[in-house]
Design a protein around this ligand. Sequence first.
Ligand code: MN
Length: 229
Amino acid sequence: MTFVFEPPPPASVAIAGSDARFPVRRIFCVGRNYAEHIREMGNDPNEQPLFFTKPADAVVENGAAIPYPPNTADWHHEVELVIAIGKGGASIEETAALDHIWGYGVGVDLTLRDRQAEAKKGGKPWDVAKAADNGAPISALTPVQVCGHLSDARIWLSVNGETRQDANLNQMIWRTPAIIASLSRNWALKPGDLIFTGSPAGVGPIQRGDAITCGVEGLNELRFSVLPA
Ligand code: MN
């Protein structure tokens, strides 16, 4: 096959304890999946969670320093469990959903909160707020064979050593099987898909020069920083 220019290498994520890498196909995200976070954002906790996406090349490697985006003055952290899909499927039943998981990681759904507020107010899409460059820092992934399936584990994030988010995966409204079942009724899932599963409460702004550390009990931590001005 001839391309008109050289195709870029696939976006990929490190794997804990391995030189192999996980090739990223798509990034799906769940919004409004923890009641306390829904309340802090002023939304109705009785509504169902929602989906949005980020481009695959929004992934940021553990340890990276990333630039503050030009189009915001309110860039927020949202720490989330990330599911890595290893086996594809459409309309997957909840009872079979865990079989499709390759592994887990911890990620941060970086959000331009000012742009999101404008989008919500105007009934417009969230892409500018959610799908920006460098918007998906993610830890090295841990295979399910090593970490097991995670449903009751601490999830936390700190900025410059100060804890900002501290919750438990057992507070998710849609648990992992429900997310995979619902998502796969909208898209046929493929190996390489990543799913950000929603943020607990405590989201807030990060600034130039900040150092962010976050984790999910049982997984490798994620650290990244924002470049100084
Ligand atoms: Mn989120």
